[in-house]
Write a protein that binds this ligand. Structure first.
Ligand code: SAH
Ligand code: ZN
Ligand code: ZN
Ligand code: ZN
Ligand code: ZN
Length: 468
């Protein structure tokens, strides 16, 4: 349910004893506002799933839940847990390593590394199997496990090699020694496989397939939307990771939330992490915990509201398996940026990309991002060079021009004179389209058969009777 929806707010800081749990840990309390603020409904729903099909937990705030339902819930919650405990997974991994490569099978359908005696069942059911799992694949689990991309829960999109390299260089530049990788298995993997770096990492992710390849000190089964550790060992590993021993450590957090995740909810979890870090690991007063969060530039306003000390870097983050966030696909490149509380002038951009240092802004700006003397800022965000509008008194995207009727800068084909009905997309935060049409989701890309501005759009549509 954690998504950016116009008329729905999350209420944070609810008394934990009053919060029911779904298989994804404690639920979140939402308030849905009716027309003109009337008929507000407050209800608990799943923190991790934006799709009711994935987790349909729903309970009105003041609802009395029968004991029968409570029992049923217990069963559902138990069923929703991984097939093996983390400790068991560690044992199984040892056995898996001991198998000759030709006997190592991994089932993509079930997401499990199969031991020899278990293979037959999966073969008979014609599951999707990876044969002869090599040592190298075991050490590169992001290549082994099929990304759960279409899945609304995980929205697993992996960084390109160049974006991983950029993050690794940035960590080095910041003298970081310990990294919390929240929802960033590729960074964790790169750190684990780097032999010549003084760098440690802990993966915190909802995808429990990683339990099978990382020990309890390397992976926490964790939900970033409610800061929930699914087992006590994970929470201990998290605290242990932060506990100082030996030479001074410098920590950092790298987080790549699934698209559409509510920023204020993630910010709330980050604040809890900062709190724990302060309690057990902060070694200098006034030092900050560097955080790098990946999000599209559309979300800048939302992010700065929740995390006012953050700023957006111009670096464009690219992904391997995402059709839009792939650099080569469009002239303006990926819309994903890094938001960080590290001072932007301290982060050097790769020399291979065209960046320049803006002395006035004291930051690296991309080549298309020109400093605007009127705004006193480097104003381009989208990958286009923005143009200053004297009437609007701000820089705007180059495809807009000032409309004297609307008194704002608009697209040439805008519905002139009509008050804007603000449809805000719940996935990307951009106005003008709804979640179902969002270009950022894989499903829409796959289903997109014609450009949206085509005449077909205007044909009367058959009304659907099904409620969503
Ligand atoms: N670009 C990253 C992957 C980002 S995809 C990389 O290459 O490493 C989002 C990641 O967040 C996935 O690994 C997914 O499993 C994880 N995730 C999704 N929902 C989550 C949640 N509620 N809590 C923690 N991790 C979550
Ligand atoms: Zn759930
Ligand atoms: Zn500037
Ligand atoms: Zn300007
Ligand atoms: Zn204008």
């Amino acid at each position: 349910m954690a998504g950016q929806v116009n008329n729905v707010d999350v209420i944070l800081d609810v008394d934990p004893s009053k919060v029911p749990s779904c298989p994804h840990g404690p639920t979140l309390l939402f308030a849905r506002y009716g027309d003109k603020g009337k008929n507000t409904k407050r209800f608990f729903a799943c923190s991790a799933c934006r799709d009711r099909k994935e987790c349909n937990f729903y309970q009105l705030e003041d609802e009395k839940v029968s004991s029968v339902r409570l029992e049923a819930r217990k069963v559902i919650n138990k069923k929703g847990q991984p097939p093996f405990s983390h400790a068991k997974c560690v044992q199984r991994l040892k056995a898996f390593w001991d198998c000759p490569v030709v006997n190592r099978l991994m089932c993509q359908t079930c997401g499990i590394l199969l031991l020899p005696t278990e293979q037959k069942v999966h073969i008979n059911k014609s599951h999707d199997l990876v044969k002869s799992v090599s040592d190298e694949l075991l050490q590169n689990p992001t290549k082994l496990f099929r990304p759960q991309g279409k899945d609304k829960v995980f929205a697993q999109y992996l960084f390109s090699k160049s974006s991983i390299t950029f993050m690794m260089d940035t960590l080095k530049e910041q003298n970081v020694t310990h990294v919390l990788c929240i929802g960033t298995p590729s960074i964790h993997e790169a750190i684990q496989n780097a032999t010549n770096l003084n760098l440690q990492s802990l993966l915190m992710d909802l995808d429990h397939r990683y339990m099978q390849v990382y020990s309890t000190e390397k992976y926490c089964y964790y939900n970033m939307f409610n800061h929930h550790f699914f087992n006590p060992a994970s929470e201990m590993a998290f605290k242990q990771f932060l506990t100082p021993a030996g030479p001074p450590k410098k920590f950092a957090v790298i987080v790549d939330p699934p698209f559409g995740g509510m920023i204020d909810v993630i910010a709330h979890s980050l604040k809890k992490i900062i709190q724990t870090w302060k309690e057990i690991a902060q070694n200098k007063k006034n030092s900050i915990l560097p955080i790098f969060m990946f999000q599209s530039y559309f979300m800048e306003k939302n992010i700065l509201e929740s995390l006012p000390t953050f700023s957006m870097l111009d670096y464009k983050v690219t992904y391997l398996n995402h059709p839009v966030f792939n650099a080569a696909k469009s002239k303006t490149g990926s819309p994903v940026r890094i938001f960080t509380n590290v001072k932007p002038h301290l982060i050097h951009m790769p020399s291979s990309d065209d960046f320049w240092f803006c002395k006035i802004c004291n930051r690296f700006s991309s080549s298309e991002n020109k400093h605007c003397n009127k705004c006193n800022q480097c104003t381009s965000k989208s990958g286009h060079t923005y143009i200053h509008c004297n009437q609007c008194k701000k820089c705007v995207k180059p495809n807009r021009s000032h409309c004297p009727v609307c008194k704002t800068c608009e697209l040439p084909d805008h519905r002139c004179g009509f008050e804007k009905t603000e449809t805000t997309c719940h996935i990307c935060g951009e106005t003008g389209h709804k979640r179902k049409q969002c270009p950022l989701t894989m499903t829409n890309i796959d289903n997109r058969k014609r450009p949206s501005s085509n005449g077909d759009e205007n044909k009367p549509k058959k009304k659907k009777k099904t409620k969503s």
